[in-house]
Design a protein. Structure first.
Length: 435
């Protein structure tokens, strides 16, 4: 057991005093570390516990207080060690939470539609047709067409000659009957004069009653012959007139089948088809549920392919039946005459049924199932609820809601199909939504 001196002096000249302190014994032999020649001595492994000094310790502490540079160094080292420990703990990844324990609230886009002035419209598609198609054919005897005076698209007047059928046989017959009628009239006039003389002379002039009655009968026969020849002449004139194919009304020639040299016969195919006074119509089909909202006289705007401006019209006839296969009904819209309205052209019409203020929502907000059409709205408690609605019309800006919304609700505009009624959500207003 060694003893330390009763005082120590450091390089700075400070004197430390204290009692004897026990020195540990060498319990193990010194072992040379690899690469070093000096031995390492294990000190105090098996010796007793170290006993701090008692009497001289306050003096040592008092001496340390006189060394502020040493204390500052110790403090800096402590702060550095604490910072390193904190950075090590902060760099550890957060603990993973099982999916079953996660409770994330979905973020949904909502819109407050408000009320907009909208027009309830019914769409009709169909084709332009002549309101009255008038087929014109040969109404007389069979004959060869010798001239054609009208072409497709021509505007013709009532009574205008469209084609001429050969009249080389009928014309001479009419002339012959004209001569026969003149001859019959002259004979009837002569017979009537003879009868009047016979009556004047009478029995006093030597004429018997028989002669007078015979003159009377001859006058009547000649008068009847005049009527007969006149009737024959009228018949031949009518037949001659039928050799000219004329327009029964003013209008536009739609089709022409007459050709020079063609044999026309009564009951054959029409030689011409005329549109009555240029009046046309749109014959279209409309859905069964929309047919109930239409009435005769309602205005319509008809749009043709290739024309931007609409053509005004009005409903003049509604179909009395519904096609059982297509569930469509017929509607006929009368149009004013216009050269651009050509029969056979495709067209669609917009019929304005009513004007009102209705909520309008995006098409992505509309959902449907076996129970009907609905939307999701976000209630004040942050949960979505199903709201059944009735769709009125589809316009450029969205879907018009006729029933089910007031316009002040927060309507889920996107991805509503992934939600369930009563689910908690976080609402994110959509850009451009009405407030």
């Amino acid at each position: 057991m060694g003893k330390i001196p009763d005082h120590l002096t450091d390089t700075a000249g400070t004197v430390f005093t204290g009692q004897e302190l026990p020195l540990t014994e060498q319990t193990e032999p010194a072992v040379a570390a690899p690469g070093h020649r000096d031995a390492v001595t294990w000190i105090g492994r098996d010796s007793g516990a170290f006993e701090p000094p008692t009497a001289g310790w306050p003096a040592i502490v008092s001496g340390l207080r006189r060394r502020p540079r040493l204390l500052i160094t110790v403090a800096v080292l402590g702060v550095a060690l604490g910072a390193a420990l904190w950075m090590h703990l902060a760099s550890k990844p957060p603990a993973l939470v099982p999916l079953a324990d996660q409770r994330s609230v979905p973020l949904v886009s909502v819109i407050v539609p408000g009320l907009r002035p909208v027009s309830t419209q019914v769409m009709v598609t169909g084709a332009i047709e002549a309101r009255h198609n008038l087929p014109i054919g040969d109404g007389g005897q069979a004959g060869r067409i010798v001239a054609v005076y009208a072409q497709v698209g021509d505007h013709v007047r009532k009574g205008q000659v469209l084609a001429q059928i050969d009249d080389s046989v009928l014309a001479p017959q009419v002339n012959e009957l004209n001569a026969s009628l003149a001859k019959a009239r002259a004979q009837a006039k002569l017979s009537a004069a003879e009868y009047r003389r016979a009556v004047t002379v009478g029995p006093q002039g030597g004429l018997s009653v028989q002669n007078i009655e015979q003159s009377h009968a001859t006058a009547k026969m000649d008068a009847a012959n005049v009527q007969m020849v006149a009737a024959q002449l009228a018949q031949k004139r009518a037949q001659l007139a039928l050799t000219r194919v004329v327009a029964p009304v003013s209008g536009i020639v739609l089709t022409r089948a007459a050709e020079i040299g063609q044999i026309a016969s009564p009951g054959g195919s029409p030689l011409f088809t005329i549109e009555d006074n240029g009046r046309v119509e749109l014959i279209g089909q409309v859905a069964e549920q929309d047919l109930a909202a239409l009435k005769v006289g309602q205005g319509a705007s008809v749009y043709l392919v290739g024309y931007r401006q609409p053509f005004p019209g009005h409903i003049w006839l509604l179909g009395a039946t519904i096609n059982p296969q297509t569930r469509l009904g017929q509607v006929r819209i009368a149009l004013d005459p216009n050269p651009a309205l050509r029969p056979g052209g495709f067209a669609h019409a917009v019929i304005y049924v009513s004007h009102a203020e209705r909520p309008v929502v995006p098409q992505t907000a509309i959902l449907s199932d076996s129970a009907g059409t609905y939307v999701y709205i976000v209630e004040g408690n942050g949960r979505v609820e199903r709201r059944n609605v009735r769709i009125g019309n589809v316009i450029t800006s969205g879907v018009v809601i006729d029933k089910g919304l007031t316009g002040r609700e927060q309507v889920v505009s996107l991805a509503g199909g992934f939600l369930q009624s009563g689910e908690a959500v976080k609402a994110a207003p959509t850009e451009g939504a009405h407030s």
